[in-house]
Design a protein around this ligand. Sequence first.
Ligand code: UDP
Length: 258
Amino acid sequence: MKKGKKLYEGKAKIIYASAEKNLVIQHFKDDATAFNNQKKSVIEGKGILNNRISEHILTYLGQVGIKNHLIKRINMREQLIKYVNIIPIEFIVRNIATGSLTKRLGIEEGTTLEKPLLEYCFKNDKLGDPLISREHIITFNWLNLMELEWINEQCRRINDLLQGMFRSVGIKLVDFKIEFGKTKDENKIILADEISPDTCRLWDINTEKKLDKDRFRKNLGNLIEAYQDVARRLGILHEHSNIKPLKFPKPKAVKLKK
Ligand code: UDP
């Protein structure tokens, strides 16, 4: 796949033009940032893992009817995606209270929410991605009411699907952030960006060990090992990771005594 010029560079990804007008190449970097860019690091191999995990999740969501930008993975760090105008809103779905929710409202860390909580943040680094309400979205014409209702419904469905997917491999989906965009060709709203341990909080069901970017935010270490654990549990094989398929010794030939 021929890579064209760089169209956009974000904190963890770069978008390049492709040979096709309505498709672009999404490149996953190893850069990690937190707390609105105040904490930065490069974690070797993170981009490769996120590329694979996001591909796996978006492929699954596509198969069950959640339209999204993924066309195909091209190589270890890149995927071909539909070119969209990103809607400037982060849609956050929470099942368990942690992170900014606990800080903002004093809700006890780890509280299981009675039903999933949907929050919206305005995507703007300079302003620190402030929390916004439905009214802001409508007032500033970021979406019309019908579009917003449709996306809300998609968020709830995606949460149900991902909760099931992770539960089946012993992981609690605590919360996650997703983004939507409007396709350049048809102006249709689809799921975009990425879904990975960078954008989700994932806890081991039994031990509540964090298997996500909180390992970086909270200096817990072993981030790559945790992301690899997620990939391994999801059944994703990596050509270039330390994940090795389980090998069982060949049964030895047994000589029978005469
Ligand atoms: N999140 C994200 N990008 C952001 C902000 C949040 O992917 O810019 C994800 C984060 O990983 C978590 C969820 O959204 O899974 C909720 O994050 P929260 O609002 O608690 O933010 P934080 O505690 O990271 O400031």
